[in-house]
Structure formats: C-alpha cells, structure tokens
Design a protein around this ligand. Structure first.
Ligand code: THU
Length: 129
C-alpha cells in the first residue's frame, strides 16, 4: 500500500464530504478511488425520500470513474464524518467493487480517528463473479 496515495485520497475525500446528501440518516460519507494510472475520482452518499434508492459514497465514486472511462483501480478510501459507526462498505458495494478490481486495497476511517486497512478480498471472500 502506497502511503502517499492513501494520504492524497484522504484529502480528496475530506474535500467532498460536505457535499454528502444525508438528511435521513444524518450519516455523511465520502469516498475517493484511484485508478491504476493515478487519477482520482470522488463520491458522496446521496440519499432519497424513498430510502432504498440511496447510493453509497463508494459506488458513486466508482461509477464516476467508470463513466469517465476507467476500469481498474488501486486504492479506495472511505471516510465518514465521525458520527456513528465505522463506514465499512456494505455488501452491495463490495460486490460492485469486485466487478472491476478484485485486488483493491481499502482504507476505512471514521473522521480519520483511526485508519483501518483491509483488502476487498478480505471483505468479500468466495465472491461471485
Ligand atoms: N453509506 C455509504 O455511503 N458508504 C458506506 O460505506 C456505508 C453506508 C451510506 C448509505 C446511507 O446514506 C448512510 O451511509 C447510512 O447507511
């Protein structure tokens, strides 16, 4: 894991965290993902009055990157605003990330209080694909 890359992703995630739209859960999340050639895409959670239509921050970041033409990624940072639980990616996001980058490295942190480093394969063993 490249510490410089992780720091950069953390900075980018922090920048967009205020854009999270989370009026229902009041749990704000931002994500930043790096492509294999060093580009960074960010995303935030976007909730909806029809709760199930909510999109998580990491899927928003991934879909922005794929929409821009990128399909292989090296690292993902997920940052929450410190209120509540650590923002481990949900099962749906794990499966969607697996589609593009089974070897993805992930850093999860609640307001940078502690950085948890884990791989996508650890989070989703025996993945379907
Ligand atoms: N959420 C994310 O955006 N990413 C995660 O890793 C965990 C959960 C969002 C979805 C919802 O808007 C809010 O957090 C509460 O579940």
């Amino acid at each position: 894991m490249d510490k410089k890359e992780e720091e950069k992703l953390l900075r980018e995630a922090e920048k967009v965290l205020p854009r999270a739209y989370a009026p229902y859960s009041n749990y704000r999340v931002a994500a930043a993902i790096s492509t294999e050639d060093g580009k960074i895409f960010t995303g935030v959670n976007v909730e909806n009055a029809s709760y199930g239509l909510t999109i998580c921050a990491e899927r928003a970041a991934l879909f922005a990157a794929v929409s821009a033409g990128y399909r292989s990624f090296s690292h993902l940072v997920i940052l929450s605003d410190g209120n509540g639980t650590v923002p481990y990616p949900c099962g749906a996001c794990r499966q969607v990330l697996m589609e593009f980058s089974p070897d993805l490295g992930i850093t999860v942190t609640r307001d940078k209080d502690r950085l948890i480093r884990i791989s996508l394969r650890e989070l989703l063993p025996y993945a379907f694909g």
